[in-house]
Design a protein around this ligand. Structure first.
Ligand code: GLN
Length: 486
């Protein structure tokens, strides 16, 4: 059988090996499961299982509530749910450092993906039972730890070092992530919100999605590149592992600094599933056809239809799918004019775009704050500004996230690549934890000040990245930073 990497080399320069589409579809279904569950999570806690009549049946509820209150003081149901959301999504991204290390050392990237997928599928089915909520969250975290870094590094494995298709492959892979994230709120979110008991059938559909992903992955094994364990087993001369060179160390340090600078990005970005979800649910008019009232050509059922709040969780993902080809074409156009930013500059631009996106929400936030201050029931805000805000931060995400994934697989020493991928996701851990922490201030601050805080955080990290561009490029090797043409 042809070596998949050789197959990758033999396909035309703009085509990708079949393995990429196997990984694309596997990750698509895994993200369907993850985001379907995440779309329901905050609402499920606030509207269902943390209600006084239900909370006592949830295994571990008292212990977790008391522990968090011991650290943070008394927590309302909203603040508690925000904290749990932040801790959960945070740990989901901490676990990859362990899953990555275990795969690098022992398990191999292929088996790790299967182990992770099976654990996550079981967790989704456990979520169908309210009492198992916390053990299921724990299983989701462990499963994701095995799955996420090891599927991402396998994309990089398909391409030889220096193959320019690698960057584009990560953008394609990122589209797969977001096709899954787009579908899940519509399917899992709608089932979870509308079919009683609340949540159950949404989690069920997420579990089915994970199983579909596993089936596709197992079926497509022969199209994937050999993983680290397979390469070691087939090596004819068992050379002792050379210590890391000073150049390797420089790159590792540069990646660490970059990951630290990414933390505020994820803190702000992850508000989507947390406070922004609450903003959409509580403050936005989701009767999206009501403005057509006077025109008389739509039936009342359509005019009065209210978009489920969970559907907002698809906006970002739909936009990723729609904007990726545009951004890729734009970068190609810039490349021809030799004005394409380096990967590092792109990441800095990504943070700034994320920050300024919140400016769009300020006028509405001020209006709602003023009404609340005057004890008047505020008029619901239109969905347009939050949609525009999402457009801008999605562009920011495209500048940062796939570019960063590709950079990790290029720079990390091959025997540490899954671990370094785990480190990349670790910035999401700190980011997501802080997302929950800051989210707990949602009810304590005015909405306008909250959005300004988000803007300041993201813009500051973007400016720090710009300030550190030169030393980071020196550490990474000028060539690498300049050749990224995602
Ligand atoms: N949205 C992307 C995903 O689900 C990135 C998440 C992250 O790195 N925090 O994979």
């Amino acid at each position: 059988m042809d070596h998949p990497q050789a197959m990758a080399d033999s396909v035309p320069p703009n085509k990708h090996p079949t393995g990429l589409y196997i990984l694309f579809t596997t990750e698509m279904w895994e993200r369907f499961a993850y985001y379907g569950m995440r779309a329901l999570l905050v609402y499920y806690m606030i509207k269902c299982i943390f209600l006084p009549e239900n909370a006592s049946h949830v295994m571990g509820y008292e212990l977790i509530k008391r522990s968090l209150e011991w650290v943070f003081g008394p927590l309302s149901t909203q603040a508690l749910s925000s904290q749990i959301y932040g801790l959960y999504t945070g740990f989901v991204y901490l676990a990859p450092i362990f899953g990555g290390t275990i795969a690098d050392r022992w398990l191999g990237q292929r088996k790790a993906v299967v182990v992770g997928g099976v654990i996550m599928a079981i967790a989704e089915f456990m979520l169908m039972k309210q009492s198992l909520f916390f053990p299921a969250l724990l299983m989701m975290i462990v499963g994701n730890g095995f799955f996420k870094p090891n599927i991402s590094t396998q994309v990089g494995n398909l391409y030889a070092p220096g193959d320019h298709r690698r960057d584009r492959a990560f953008s394609v892979f990122y589209v797969g992530i977001n096709v899954g994230a787009t579908l899940s709120p519509f399917i899992a979110g709608t089932l979870g919100e509308n079919v009683t008991p609340y949540g159950r059938w949404g989690f069920f559909s997420a579990g089915v999605g994970m199983i579909l992903g596993l089936i596709i992955y197992l079926w497509g094994q022969r199209h994937l590149a050999p993983d680290n364990v397979m390469k070691r087993a087939s090596a004819t001369d068992a050379k002792p592992v050379a210590p890391l060179s000073p150049d390797d160390w420089k790159k590792i340090w540069a990646l660490i600094v970059l990951c630290l600078l990414n933390i505020p990005f994820w803190t702000v970005y992850e508000q989507q599933g947390n406070t922004i979800a609450l903003w959409v649910d509580g403050n936005c008019n989701r009767h999206i056809f009501s403005w057509l009232q006077g025109y008389g050509f739509l039936p009342a059922a359509v005019l009065n239809w209210e978009m489920p709040a969970t559907w907002y969780q698809s906006f970002n993902a739909i936009m990723i799918v729609a904007f990726t080809p545009v951004i890729l074409a734009f970068w190609r156009w810039q490349e021809k004019r030799k004005t394409e930013p380096s990967s590092l500059a792109k990441m800095a631009i990504g943070c700034i775009l994320l920050g300024i996106s919140f400016l769009v929400l300020l006028p509405q936030a001020h209006m709602i704050d003023a009404a609340e201050k005057a004890a008047i029931i505020p008029q619901k805000a239109s969905l347009l500004p939050i949609t525009l805000c999402t457009v801008i931060f999605t562009l920011g995400e495209l500048y940062l996230s796939p570019v960063g994934l590709s950079l990790v697989t290029k720079l990390a020493p091959p025997r540490l690549v899954s671990m370094m991928m785990g480190m990349w996701f670790m910035s999401s851990f700190f980011g997501d934890y802080l997302c929950g922490y800051i989210g707990a201030y949602w009810e304590k601050m005015s909405h306008a000040n909250f959005f300004l805080l988000l803007m300041t955080l993201a813009c500051t990290s973007g400016l720090c990245m710009f300030a550190l561009l030169k030393p980071l490029k020196r550490a990474i090797g000028h060539g690498h930073a300049e050749t990224v043409d995602v």
